[in-house]
Ligand binder design. Structure first.
Ligand SMILES: O=P(O)(O)OP(=O)(O)OP(=O)(O)OC[C@H]1O[C@@H](n2cnc3c(O)ncnc32)[C@H](O)[C@@H]1O
Length: 175
């Protein structure tokens, strides 16, 4: 099976590859930079879901050899308890309804939340906070604020499992 992923982000590609390895599924993973079609810093579940779906659907159309395509998108969402990280995945297959899965979420510290509300993007804000470069390709904000216990790849890996599980379930029930 050929799986396409709509991003060149290292944490996302690693997450998808690790998941299939863990599931003992023989697949080829291809990656393609795909536009999210939403703002660079999605600010709601809805916008983040739309970004994930757009990436998956774009990627599926561009890569004819792919059986399915996965889009993974990171964003933030306001709640009555503060601004939370939110991450969504979408799985697209030709002629089928797009599948969705959401990731674990944690509250962002108040000073980080304020900078995002003022219009900054999480990637650069996290680089400045952690004094590291390209944190979004590595442990991500979730890794920094969970003391490395759950990094971005692990979180996206869980989302990928939720997507593949739904895909396998639907495939099984249509046989
Ligand atoms: O290369 P792509 O696939 O675009 O990966 P990305 O990390 O740049 O893009 P996302 O769409 O996943 O995330 C949207 C924005 O939120 C930032 N972001 C999201 N989750 C993050 C995290 O866990 N740590 C750091 N930045 C994050 C990211 O840098 C973007 O500014």
């Amino acid at each position: 099976m050929i799986i396409a992923i709509g991003s060149k982000n290292k944490a996302k590609i690693k997450a998808v590859e690790n998941t299939f390895r863990e599931l003992n599924m023989e697949v080829s993973v291809l990656s393609l930079e795909s536009p999210s079609g939403v703002s660079p810093q999605p600010f709601s579940d809805e916008e983040t879901m739309k970004g994930a779906a757009n990436r998956a659907e774009f990627c599926l159309h561009q890569m004819e050899e792919a059986d399915i395509a996965i889009g993974l998108e990171g964003g933030v969402t306001e709640t009555p308890f503060g601004l939370f990280l939110c991450n969504w995945g979408a799985l697209a297959e030709s002629g089928k309804e797009t599948l969705f899965a959401g990731g674990a979420r944690i509250k962002l510290p108040g000073d980080i939340a304020e900078r995002l509300r003022a219009g900054e993007e999480l990637g650069p804000v996290m680089d400045a906070y952690s004094k590291m470069q390209g944190i979004r390709h590595k442990e991500g904000a979730i890794g920094v604020f969970t003391h490395g216990l759950v990094d971005r790849a692990a979180m996206f890996s869980h989302i990928t499992k939720l997507l593949i599980g739904q895909y396998e379930k639907l495939k099984g029930s249509s046989n």
